[in-house]
Design a binder for this molecule. Structure first.
Ligand code: SF4
Length: 257
């Protein structure tokens, strides 16, 4: 008898049947289903989320650099405060170049309501300096026409830009079919049994292997909305949840506490 635990053995078989040779990229119980069943579950979850929440932009600006700065401001603050702080920044500085030509305290002052204002100010100014050095001005318009891989690599090379932030900018402003994994996406994917990984930043490869490109936007924004309102970190409102029939956590009884 094999010494490999049953769950791990089933996942290994499932991984091999996908053609994915990197078994380490997968971890949740959904992977023990045949490919066709997995695809059906993912489609039903994405469709249910889209029916419930639509395809909102979640306040993200349409320009890549505007969005990058908006996402930095949004870190660890409420959507409402992030939005109002971003608007104050836009009112205070006419262009992103003006942020660099002003004293650093000017940006810190405007960012204060969003919290972590020293770190955020440092991150924003460092990214703007790099972008100005690379493109000659405070704009990421030069990324238009670049391949998805080159764009992601460039964004990741900017100070303070994580994989999640790079993918958000690409998804919201450049139409890239990527899947940013934030705390909401991670929590819901875990409860659905799509991953067992402990941190959001560990799941990008695994969840992109599961969710097809054309469904990633709906899944991301649906999870953000669902995670804010229904599938909250504590005390999720499982009764009436639009994806409860696909939820391993609920099926296992945790949702009946
Ligand atoms: S059933 Fe409960 S835990 Fe599962 S996705 Fe819905 S709200 Fe979240």
């Amino acid at each position: 008898m094999s010494g490999v635990p049953e769950v791990q053995r089933r996942q290994t078989i499932a991984a091999n049947s996908t053609g994915l040779d990197e078994v380490r990229t997968i971890s949740g119980p959904i992977w023990s289903n045949p490919v066709r069943v997995r695809a059906q579950i993912v489609r039903r979850v994405c469709e249910a989320l889209e029916r419930s929440y639509g395809m909102p932009r979640l306040g993200n600006p349409e320009d890549p650099l505007d969005d990058l700065i908006y996402i930095v401001i949004s870190n660890k603050t409420s959507p409402k405060i992030a939005q109002s702080t971003y608007e104050r920044v836009r009112q205070r500085f006419r262009t992103w170049d003006e942020v660099l030509s002003s004293r650093s305290s000017a940006l810190r002052r405007v960012l204060r309501p969003a919290g972590l204002f020293t770190v955020k100010s440092r991150q924003i100014r460092a990214a703007l300096r790099r972008i100005k050095g690379d493109f000659g001005s405070g704009s990421l318009a030069g990324l238009a026409g670049e391949s998805q891989q080159d764009t992601e690599e460039y964004l990741l090379s900017l100070p303070g830009v994580s994989e999640k932030v790079a993918k958000c900018v690409m998804m919201f402003t450049l139409g890239a079919q990527v899947l940013p994994v934030d705390a909401h996406v991670h929590r819901i994917a875990k409860r659905l049994g799509w991953t067992v990984r402990r941190r959001p930043d560990q799941c990008h490869q695994e969840l992109e292997a599961l969710v097809p490109g054309k469904r990633r936007y709906a899944f991301h924004v649906g999870c953000v909305m669902h995670g804010r309102t229904v599938c909250r970190p504590r005390g999720p409102a499982c009764e009436g949840c639009c994806i409860d029939r696909h939820c391993v956590w609920y099926e296992g009884g945790s949702g009946h506490e």
